[in-house]
Design a protein around this ligand. Structure first.
Ligand SMILES: [Zn+2]
Length: 607
């Protein structure tokens, strides 16, 4: 180890080319492998290469993460950097690919091919030693370059100074990033190591995403050709008033609501966030965007040692190709097939995506404008709905009006019953309009409900008027006996439940009434209301508002195969926390019980 560091340290003082890497490369890499579309290395049409290459040449930088569309030059940047290091500031190096085969191909047809044609490196190549060790190029001065797959056995090597990892979103590659990084240890300690990660989009919060976010997270911005405004070259954007910017097209759909893909392509354009000016895809416009484009940090307080860059397919691929891929994916999505849409964002936009974030992006709940404190003439009832978890409570308070409209008054998380009581008091909500899910900590929920309310005689029957424990049920409807007839409803008749935990006899109420409800029916009903924009939320409510949106998007319908029948059917699937969605479901139940929503039951599904 010591000798490797020694020779590497010496190289620091060797004559080093101080020009930017891309200038050195333009002069030294006059030939590129035939597999690439570029004939010689140049950033004149890919100015976004300069940001990461400059970062790689900056002494203080230890890590550079590039998140970009597939086939958009990520590995070329890594190759050029390895060549530049070898020629100007050499050290033991390693380049990791998604498989041993890809690594071997890459070494032979790309990296070695370029090194053999690079004037500064050619004299250092000793091909006989490369041939004897499959994954290792050993240069004439003894320094190694490993080009390997993601197997951990491949990491049984000495210290590495320059490490590049390609397509780290692949789980096998992502899983070894940390072990690979450990090989940088000694060089990292003396501040000479460099780690370069390039990848398409994976899923939110995966290893690449976390490293990307820890850096300056620089996003490629383009200039409006009309007003000069800079904005990210993204697929879609929404202005504060709810209107859309970025990629737009004339909406053409067939009778069944599917996109008329061919009919939309001709109108594709990019509209400015500021002035709405449409940009059309042509070589002149692309040249201007390339000339004036620049990276803008979205995490400017990141340490200089951690740099990260991203760009999208908008500056690489023809827009009609992108739109065709997108609309085709949207048509699949309509049929319940979500993967093509996830892949569109991961592969063409370089964005991390998962089922829940796709769903979140597509749910266009209109932004409502109202003051929570203002009176709403249409209001008929307000509900406080509580989801009880092992260590916490989630709640949503919502006012319901006529015609199925409702307004969210508050939502949040708390940790004890007193806070729920306080929210109830502040929002002037009656005891009988508080619903508490009793799926968890059941006895405790019953006891809390018994503390808030009383039994009342209504029409010759005793009815619980107080906090209601409620519980979802997979069945679609419940039978109610009425005048010797059976009526089907989305909720059950109330049943008495015992709050007593054993011996307590403090004179308090020991029973209350539980209402069960059909989970799928209530979900469908809520989904309809959400789609129509009837369940309104106030504009901008800070971090909790974001959490609320996430919780609502974290459960959605998708086609699933029924193991018993072999047939495909729609099912609700949760991906991530959905507690406030559960609260909203109870609110829909409340509005149904108050007959503010019709209790339509699809009688075909009642068996
Ligand atoms: Zn503009």
């Amino acid at each position: 180890m010591a000798d490797v560091i020694q020779s590497s340290l010496l190289s620091v003082f060797a004559k080093r080319d101080r020009r930017p890497i891309y200038e050195w490369a333009a002069e030294n890499l006059t030939e590129l492998p035939p597999v690439l579309t570029l004939r010689s290395f140049s950033v004149s049409e890919s100015k976004h290469f300069c940001g990461p290459l400059d970062a790689l040449a900056t002494e203080e930088v230890r890590q550079v993460v590039i998140r970009k569309p597939v086939r958009s030059g990520g590995t070329l940047i890594a190759d050029v950097w390895h060549l530049w290091c070898r020629a100007n500031d050499p050290g033991p190096a390693m380049s990791i690919f998604q498989s041993d085969k890809v690594a071997a191909d890459h070494a032979e047809h790309r990296l070695l091919w370029m090194m053999k044609r690079c004037r500064a490196i050619r004299p250092l190549l000793s091909e006989d030693r490369f041939a004897s060790k499959k994954n290792e190029i050993t240069f004439a001065d003894g320094l190694p370059l490993y080009v390997i797959g993601p197997g951990l056995n491949n990491l049984q090597t000495r210290g590495i100074r320059y490490l590049s990892i390609s397509e780290a979103w692949i789980s096998a590659v992502g899983a070894m990033v940390e072990q690979a990084e450990a090989r940088l240890g000694d060089f990292k300690r003396i501040q000479l190591s460099k780690l370069l990660i390039d990848s398409q989009g994976g899923v939110e919060s995966d290893a690449v995403d976390a490293r990307f976010m820890a850096g300056n997270a620089a996003e490629w911005n383009v200039e409006c050709q009309s007003c000069g405004h800079y904005m990210p070259a993204r697929w879609s954007g929404q202005r504060p008033d709810g209107s859309r910017w970025a990629m737009r097209w004339d909406k053409k759909k067939d009778k069944r609501g599917f996109w008329d893909v061919a009919g939309c392509l001709g109108s594709v354009r990019f509209e400015c966030r500021e002035c709405g000016h449409p940009h059309f895809d042509n070589p002149q416009m692309r040249a201007k965007w390339n000339k004036t484009g620049r990276f803008i940090d979205t995490n400017p307080s990141a340490p200089l040692s951690l740099r990260s860059y991203t760009w999208t397919g908008l500056i690489i691929d023809p827009w009609i190709n992108l739109l065709e891929t997108f609309l085709t994916a949207m048509n699949s999505y309509k049929l319940g097939v979500i993967d093509p849409l996830i892949q569109f964002f991961q592969k063409y936009m370089g964005e991390p995506k998962s089922e829940s974030s796709v769903h979140e992006a597509l749910s266009t709940v209109p932004v409502a404008r109202y003051e929570v404190q203002s009176s709403w003439p249409d209001e008929r009832a307000r509900y406080l709905c509580v989801d009880v978890q092992e260590t916490e409570f989630w709640f949503v308070a919502r006012a319901w009006g006529l015609h199925g409209e409702s307004r969210r008054l508050d939502c949040g998380r708390c940790y004890n019953w007193a806070e729920i009581e306080l929210a109830q008091k502040n929002l002037l909500i009656e005891d009988r309009h508080v619903f508490v899910d009793s799926g968890f900590r059941t006895k405790e929920v019953y006891r809390a409900c018994c503390r808030h309310g009383a039994w009342a005689r209504v029409g010759g029957m005793y009815v619980w008027c107080g906090w209601h424990p409620v519980r979802g049920d997979p069945q679609r409807a419940f039978a109610h006996k009425w005048n010797r007839e059976t009526i089907w409803r989305s909720y059950s008749e109330p049943t008495n439940v015992d709050a007593e935990s054993g011996q307590s006899n403090d004179g308090g109420v020991r029973h209350c009434q539980l209402i069960r409800f059909s989970d799928p029916t209530m979900q469908d009903r809520m989904e309809q209301l959400l789609k129509k924009g009837f369940m309104k939320s106030p504009e901008q409510n800070g971090e909790m508002d974001e959490t609320y949106k996430r919780h609502l998007a974290n459960e959605f319908k998708r086609a699933k195969k029924n193991k018993n029948t072999g047939r495909s059917e729609w099912q609700y699937v949760a991906r991530g926390p959905n507690h406030m969605r559960d609260c909203e479901k109870l609110s829909v139940l409340g509005a149904t019980l108050s007959e503010l929503l019709p209790d339509q039951i699809d009688t075909d599904s009642v068996g």
